[in-house]
Design a protein. Structure first.
Length: 328
């Protein structure tokens, strides 16, 4: 099923049209999915300001796509879309690579087309925060917003969900607060998520934000998928440029703008992330994990691990209980 919402031409709100499309009742800004569609709920929260939150917890029986068709003439509100696949028994058929690909936060201007896929038979959660840039600037009075989130420009960023973000998302989706305090709770937790996002964004070293076309975004994601296909092989910049059908200079610039890393640094980061999984979950020793990911120099591996994970691999192994697995 594909649900399409044209932001500039609809007579119904997003939730009203979604309820109509799904043929599900809308009550108190909440949709409960009918059994023939799947399981889950979709709820909207609107506060006194332009700040809005939409939460989705769904497990559809068929693939479900939400497609936003933007109106380029509308005011450029900013959307923060947190997409997460919980690690529970319902999702035990997914590989760790699939789980990683399905856990992220995307920051976009509302004047850009956007599409998200909910896989069938997979429990998924998504939280969307929308805020007016002028209101956001009041929250970020010490940040030069024209550098990070410039007004009247189209931009698109992606950040990995870090453990702190995942914890807040879990608190939002699994809270037991009284119903009367639900809006206040989501208000506070939503702003906590914004804080965590900007904590990551301000660490980026790219100072200039370039306008980006939706077609280029698709091309950059094709490049990302190619990198993730086989982390044992470093893809050549030429082959990635040909895949994206853009110059190497443009590819490098847009890739770094979206993901906050150069192509090579992103490749290294994902190799280290995979090594961390091998240590923490599969119980490999530090040297085994390093060699498995193609690092022949363990001192070099240790330095890179510290750079991307913020901790030495041996300390990480002890912290995650890896030493217990090797004793048994």
């Amino acid at each position: 099923m594909i649900f399409t919402y044209h932001t500039g031409f609809e007579s119904l709100t997003f939730l009203e049209k979604l309820a109509q499309t799904l043929e599900c009742p809308l009550h108190n800004q909440e949709i409960i999915l009918q059994e023939n569609i799947g399981f889950g709920r979709i709820k909207g929260y609107k506060f006194a300001s332009s700040y809005k939150v939409l939460s989705l917890q769904v497990n559809p029986k068929e693939p479900f796509i939400i497609r936003r068709i933007a109106d380029p003439l509308q005011e450029h509100n900013i959307s923060f879309s947190f997409f997460e696949v919980p690690t529970n028994s319902e999702n035990n058929t997914l590989t760790r690579h699939e789980l990683r690909r399905l856990s992220y936060v995307k920051i976009t201007t509302a004047n850009i087309d956007y599409e998200v896929l909910f896989k069938n038979a997979v429990s998924q959660r998504m939280l969307v925060i929308t805020i007016n840039p002028k209101e956001l600037s009041l929250l970020l009075s010490e940040i030069d917003q024209e550098i990070l989130l410039p007004q009247n420009k189209t931009y698109y960023y992606e950040e990995d969900l870090n453990p702190a973000m995942q914890q807040v998302l879990q608190e939002i989706f699994e809270n037991n607060v009284p119903k009367e305090l639900g809006n206040l709770y989501v208000d506070m937790k939503g702003k906590e998520l914004l804080f965590l996002v900007f904590q990551g964004l301000i660490k980026r070293d790219q100072l200039k934000t370039y306008a980006i076309h939706p077609k280029d975004i698709k091309s950059i994601y094709q490049v990302k998928e190619r990198i993730l296909e086989d982390l044992s092989v470093q893809p050549s910049l030429l082959s990635l440029s040909e895949l994206a059908q853009m110059s190497e200079t443009k590819l490098k610039r847009l890739f770094k703008q979206i993901f906050g890393f150069s192509i090579y640094d992103y490749y290294l980061k994902m190799r280290i992330t995979e090594a961390a999984h091998l240590i923490a979950v599969e119980g490999l020793s530090v040297s085994e994990a390093g060699y498995r990911m193609g690092f022949l120099n363990l001192s070099h591996f240790s330095r890179l691990f510290d750079r991307y994970m913020g901790i030495k691999p041996k300390k990480y192994a002890l912290k995650t209980g890896n030493h217990v697995k090797h004793v048994s």
